[in-house]
Design a protein around this ligand. Structure first.
Ligand code: ADP
Length: 279
């Protein structure tokens, strides 16, 4: 970022990018909620060539105990990039980058979770990057908030996240790897769509104030689109159509009919003898 030069043409004569996208276009995004059986909540995100899994456990007793907060829950995020997630095998285990990303995602999530409801507990969020192509912190945060909702953790809203940046003097949305490596700036953003609060904002590279504002507006607009996909994923898992429960409705109707008949028979049996057959 910022300084590494390349012969690759990041924006062509038509103003299109390496993968044919317009500057303000997102990569294709797919989100699925509740993909893991053993976790309390989970989500899977495919975003361009990024593949990210998020799993949530808790609220549960906080370990190590000295990290417990008597007034509220803590959100502990663990972001990990699999060795096979990038073309050169990544050295397994935590490094400075994964610690930084885990920290910023924990802090962002603590803004939306009603932590005061669960004193002394921990809400553990695991983010596993299975395939990476830049923007994994945004994909991880987007997945994590859907996984938290899937776990039934009370929150004021989801968090939607997306980066904008600058390549070949053009402000662009949702940078892929080459744009991240050889571009001039990268600005990952995370917002709480219902309130418009910013819960994640970083910047790598150089932008003028005007360029920064354009990038921020572009990323914010994208976050609202991502928010719709997040809500769709949750609806997909939790909404039932009338057709899905047609069998149950029929059974319930039969039960009602049966108990109605039983009631009628009981009422007939209850009629006193002197009232039977008229007077
Ligand atoms: P983000 O994934 O949030 O954009 P970075 O800007 O730090 O975070 O990384 C950009 C991309 O660089 C990653 O998505 C990944 O494709 C690649 N990358 C990061 N760390 C490594 C690494 N240790 N080895 C190989 N590629 C890496």
């Amino acid at each position: 970022m910022g300084g590494i030069t390349t012969d690759i043409k990041l924006i062509d004569e038509k103003g299109l990018r390496l993968d044919g996208r317009r500057p303000d276009e997102l990569r294709p995004l797919k989100i699925e909620a509740g993909v893991l059986r053993r976790a309390d909540g989970s989500a899977y995100v495919e975003w361009g060539e990024n593949k990210v899994l998020a799993a949530v456990y808790g609220p549960r007793e906080c370990h190590p105990r000295h990290r417990q907060n008597p007034a509220r829950a803590i959100v502990q995020c663990n972001y990990n990039m699999a060795s096979f997630s990038v073309s050169d095998r990544k050295r397994p285990g935590p490094d400075r980058r994964s610690q930084e990303i885990s920290k910023i995602i924990s802090e962002a999530l603590e803004h939306v979770v009603f932590t005061h409801l669960f004193p002394r507990t921990s809400i553990d969020v695991y983010i596993e990057v299975l395939q990476a192509n830049a923007g994994t912190r945004c994909a991880g945060l987007t997945a994590a908030s859907v996984a938290l909702a899937d776990a039934g953790v009370p929150m004021k809203d989801l968090i939607a996240s997306c980066a904008a940046g600058k390549v070949a003097d053009t402000i662009i949305l949702d940078l892929r790897k080459e744009e991240d490596n050889f571009g001039q700036a990268d600005v990952p953003l995370g917002i709480v769509p219902r309130t418009g609060e910013i819960v994640l904002l970083q910047m790598d590279g150089d932008l003028t104030v005007e360029e920064f504002n354009t990038a921020l507006t572009m990323a914010t607009d994208a976050c609202y689109r991502i928010y719709e996909t997040q809500k769709d994923a949750l609806r997909q898992k939790y909404c039932v159509s009338k057709d899905d429960i047609a069998g149950d409705i029929e059974e319930a109707a039969e039960n009602i009919e049966e108990s109605k008949k039983e009631n009628e028979l009981e009422q007939q049996d209850d009629v006193p003898d002197d009232q039977e057959g008229g007077q």
